[in-house]
Design a protein around this ligand. Structure first.
Ligand code: SAM
Length: 284
């Protein structure tokens, strides 16, 4: 009997993906997790009925969540990833040779275990990199108590439902700010502006209260159905997002110009060119 899996994130808009083969389907300690194979998107993981990662297009999101902040910052030694249990952002961040340590704070050990088993090419050995440190905890609790300081914090979270809801609060962003080293940068998975505008507007509103520069950039991952995905941007270094193409080119060359499938210096610059309907959300 055919099995179709439905994404139920949005109020009046649902997508169904045919599950040609189901590899896991159960509740973890924190959320409903399903992993299945699909003819168009490859291997797919959903959490609480929302697509998280699919092997056909994960390179878009993971490259843009990592390389834009890391090349914009240019001097990052320590990074924190909140969420990110599939290991894709970790994989891409570790391509930056100057990074000395990447801490990944993931609430759900089962996500890491199952993704290592069923999505080995997504993490691609990143969990075993000597620079990787895994913390199994709620990201809000980690940033509330840590004495560590990070040059870049990447919030690769689920949407503001279930355990991810707390990662869209002013309290969490305030603690992230406390954990940033001087000149540090916070980037957040902030949903699809076309369908989740209030979330982006709220996050950027908090960033405006807490940081000197609050903005967003965009990239379209086809399996995040409903248009481009926004990445929230928050820092006290107002120059970081205005880096010119030639400077990014130089930093990319210095980092070894490793192969990419989506991020490029010109794509990096263009990602900040927001269409009016998104600019209005970001600029208030
Ligand atoms: N790229 C995906 C997206 O854009 O929606 C996110 C992928 S990643 C799998 C999301 C991760 O956030 C999940 O592994 C989930 O367990 C984790 N997560 C959710 N709430 C969390 C919290 N409060 N603290 C730490 N990790 C959390």
């Amino acid at each position: 009997m055919e099995r179709w899996v439905e994404e139920t994130l949005h109020r009046g808009f649902r997508v169904r993906l045919k599950a040609d083969r189901v590899l896991f389907d159960s509740e973890t300690e924190h959320q409903r997790l399903i992993i299945f194979d699909n003819a168009d998107f490859g291997r797919v993981m959903m959490l609480d009925n929302v697509v998280q990662v699919s092997t056909a297009d994960e390179f878009v999101y993971h490259e843009m969540m990592s390389h834009v902040p890391l090349f914009a910052h240019g001097r990052a030694k320590r990074a924190l990833i909140v969420g990110g249990g599939d290991g894709g952002v970790l994989r891409e961040a570790l391509k930056h040779p100057d990074l000395e340590q990447v801490t990944l704070c993931e609430i759900d050990q089962s996500v890491i275990d199952l993704c290592r088993e069923h999505f080995p090419d997504v993490s691609a050995g990143a969990y075993d990199d000597p620079r990787t440190r895994i913390v199994i905890a709620d990201g809000t609790k980690f940033v509330a108590v840590t004495n560590e300081r990070f040059d870049v914090i990447l919030v690769d979270s689920t949407d503001p439902i279930g355990p991810g809801a707390v990662l869209f609060t002013k309290e969490f962003y305030t603690d992230c700010r406390r954990c940033l080293a001087p000149g540090g940068l916070l980037v957040t998975q902030n949903g699809l502006p076309f369908l989740q505008a209030p979330e982006l507007k709220q996050s950027i509103g908090y960033f405006c209260e807490l940081f000197d520069d609050a903005f967003a950039y965009l990239a379209t991952t086809p399996s995040y159905f409903g248009g481009p995905m926004s990445y929230g941007w928050a820092t006290d270094d107002v120059d970081l997002r205005h880096l010119r193409h030639d400077a990014i080119e130089r930093r990319y060359a210095d980092a070894g110009a490793f192969p990419t499938r989506y991020w490029r210096p010109d794509v990096h610059v263009a990602a900040f060119a927001l269409p009016t309907y998104v600019r209005e959300l970001v600029e208030g």
